[in-house]
Design a protein around this ligand. Structure first.
Ligand code: GLA
Ligand code: ZN
Length: 671
């Protein structure tokens, strides 16, 4: 059997099930329905802390025991959660220190969820104790395939516990107050600290203008790192607790794609496998969804991940919660698998009767029977995934192209006071990703610290912060023949947001062969223009004014006092090439620019397919699986270039044959 992230012999199918919210008499009918839908995996116990621990001294596992037995006797695999994302009310009453304090300094009361201070000793003590108790109690259940720690970790806290812990974290990072003063450039605005106790958290009461704007970038940046680390510590403590009793069981927590507050690239190093929750809005483009899957695979350093949650149909928490149109749930499920998921799990198995998620899509509707569109679609997909068996499991991507998306850089770029409020890191990342995605070029998403040697093309949009070692890795990569692309607002600062002196783009200057003397910042309504390979494109946000230092000019500005000066350059450096794009342009530019570079470097798409069809490949040894996903509203004809068998239609195709994919249709060609 091919190895996958956990002990399962097929693509896992199922998701969050909360029988503790229902009378026991209803459970048997739930099981009948779930089995009818070919569900084989249940995520249990996500929000049961209050049930499991009625008071400080008492634990009560009576109901969970029954639920665990129900799952086992119905041959369900279990992804067992530790329930620590919502602490019990009695705990908040007895120990108010476990409650978070908001950015505006408001001490929270009991309520909602994800409301525990990550640095509260009491929260840590009791969450770890619960995790360990669960592991000890249920270790004998061989149908448990993973631990699901907490749930969608996130947010931040500005309480006194956290302030104290911040000082400890800073001492570890800087050792002396002198080092801290230098890193934070505290000579500015008289911020010099003489004692660690003088340091306070950067929030609305101190350094911040609002959540996104700070006057002390280095302090706010360290707070971001600290907050991400604090929450990660909570995960790691529970991780260690469950491993004591179940060392073989893989441990995960469900991530949320490009979730800014947590440095997932760092988190990934501590998780046995990555899982994540995919909730696109109806307006999200196909490439945005694809990007998040690729990002999550990147966080797991390329290994398969698990789609832990998606809705079978509608959500409840968006302003407008459209139904997934017929076929879309299936299509998006296979899209997740195409990009590396070995599971298709839903939130939720059954609609609850009360509170905010009662209108969130579920396999079992309030009608309570199998005669619904959603149920039929879920059951049909379940049957297909069952028939696929262990095909695809454990296979990985094929990318020769990497896109750098780095959380610390993200925080630093978005905190920058000037040069332009429209400059947003995610927007620039998506500009390049969408272009590559449109051409079906496989992409790995990596952090600044990743090894580049396995790639031919590395793209680093707005690589503003160059931490120690980053320029060396890029220099070696290009010298050895790699192609590197970066943009305006790159190479400016070090890890403390201190400017690297001597001219922009700092340590990348010799690699790129340009010196950026100035950068013009344009409002959204004002554009410059340039001509690249015979076509005119707009230039906006920032327009770099450059002096060539060995690079050649590929395109020049057409307007303003810097007309005829370079905007796009290429530098031959060692065996490779380094491109610099000195502005932000429009989608058609990125599409053409990326197509040119890929052509020159002979980087091939997963397949040549018509517009609207996404092509993605997974491989395991010599075994290739080509996913063809028609996101369009009309059928598409695809000319087959490599013989293969469509695993879903059980049909063979020879080279030159035409495969007709209906609207929202999927094919998986196995070579
Ligand atoms: C998140 C949570 C779930 C549920 C869903 C609803 O992903 O993890 O508990 O609230 O959202 O979309
Ligand atoms: Zn706190």
């Amino acid at each position: 059997m091919p190895t996958t992230v956990w002990n399962h012999n097929k693509i896992a199918y199922g998701g969050d099930y909360n029988p503790e919210q229902w009378p026991e008499e209803t459970w048997a009918e739930d099981m009948r329905l779930l089995k009818l839908a070919h569900i084989d995996t249940l995520t249990l116990n996500v929000f049961s802390w209050a049930m499991l621990q009625p008071s400080e001294e008492e634990y009560n596992f009576e109901k969970l025991d029954k639920i665990m037995d129900l799952a086992r006797s119905n041959d369900m695999k279990v992804c067992l959660a530790t329930s620590t994302a919502a602490h019990p009310a009695w705990m908040a009453r007895k120990y108010p220190e476990i409650l978070r304090t908001s950015f505006h300094g408001i001490k929270r009361k009991f309520g909602a969820r994800h409301n525990s201070c990550p640095n509260s000793a009491i929260y840590r003590k009791y969450s770890v104790k619960l995790a360990e108790t669960l592991a000890e109690r249920y270790k004998g259940y061989d149908n448990i395939i993973a631990w699901h720690i907490s749930n969608e970790y996130g947010g931040e806290c500005y309480c006194e516990n956290c302030e104290k812990a911040f000082r400890v974290w800073l001492k570890k990072r800087y050792q002396t107050i002198g080092n801290l003063n230098r890193a934070w450039n505290t000579a500015f605005w008289g911020h010099t600290f003489y004692d660690w106790e003088e340091i306070v958290l950067p929030d609305a009461r101190s350094e911040h203008i609002d959540e996104d704007r700070t006057v002390a970038q280095a302090i706010s940046l360290d707070y971001r790192r600290f907050n991400s680390d604090s929450i990660l510590d909570c995960f790691r403590l529970e991780y260690d607790a469950v491993k004591k009793h179940t060392p073989e069981l893989p441990v995960t927590t469900n991530l949320m794609g490009a979730y800014k507050p947590l440095d997932y690239m760092k988190w990934g190093k501590y998780m046995d496998f990555i899982s994540w929750d995919n909730y696109p809005s109806m307006e999200d483009s196909v490439s945005q969804i694809a990007f998040h899957h690729d990002l999550m695979r990147g966080v797991g350093e390329g290994k398969p991940f698990i789609l832990m949650e998606q809705t079978p149909s509608q959500q409840n928490w968006q302003p407008f919660n459209a139904l997934k149109r017929p076929g879309v749930m299936r299509l998006w499920s296979y899209q997740a698998v195409a990009h590396g998921s070995d599971g298709v799990l839903f939130f939720q198995m059954k609609r609850s009767i009360g509170s905010c998620e009662k209108y969130h899509g579920a396999v079992i509707a309030h009608a309570g029977h199998e005669n619904t569109r959603v149920f039929r679609e879920v059951a049909a997909l379940g049957e297909e995934l069952k028939a696929l068996g262990d095909e695809i499991l454990g296979s990985t991507g094929t990318a020769k192209t990497a896109l750098i998306m780095d959380w610390e850089n993200w925080w630093a770029v978005d905190y920058s006071s000037g040069p332009n409020v429209s400059l947003k890191y995610q927007k620039e990342i998506m500009a390049y990703y969408s272009a590559l995605h449109k051409h079906n070029i496989p992409v790995d998403i990596i952090s600044e610290d990743a090894d580049l040697s396995q790639y031919e093309l590395v793209i680093a949009p707005v690589l503003y912060m160059t931490r120690p070692g980053v320029d060396e890795r890029i220099r070696t990569f290009v010298q050895q023949g790699g192609t590197f692309v970066t943009t305006y607002f790159s190479g400016y600062v070090d890890e403390s947001d201190l400017v690297i002196l001597g001219g922009y783009p700092g340590k990348l200057r010799d690699i790129l062969g340009v010196w950026v003397e100035e950068s013009d910042s344009l409002p959204d309504y004002k554009k410059n223009r340039f001509c690249y390979q015979g076509q005119d494109y707009e230039a906006g946000i920032l327009c770099d004014l450059m002096v060539l230092e060995g690079a050649e000019c590929l395109a020049s500005y057409q307007e303003d006092f810097y007309a005829d000066t370079p905007v796009i350059t290429r530098h031959s450096f060692g065996e490779g090439k380094a491109y610099y794009v000195g502005t932000h342009s429009e989608a058609s530019f990125y599409e053409n620019f990326m197509a040119d570079i890929c052509k020159q470097q002979q980087i091939e798409p997963a397949a040549h397919v018509p517009d609207g069809v996404e092509a993605v490949k997974r491989v395991r040894g010599a075994q290739e699986y080509l996913f063809l996903l028609n996101h369009g509203d009309t059928s598409a004809d695809i000319t087959i270039t490599e013989a293969g068998k469509d695993l879903l239609a059980e049909k063979d195709y020879q080279k030159g044959d035409t495969l007709t994919l209906p609207a929202k249709g999927v094919a998986i060609l196995k070579n």
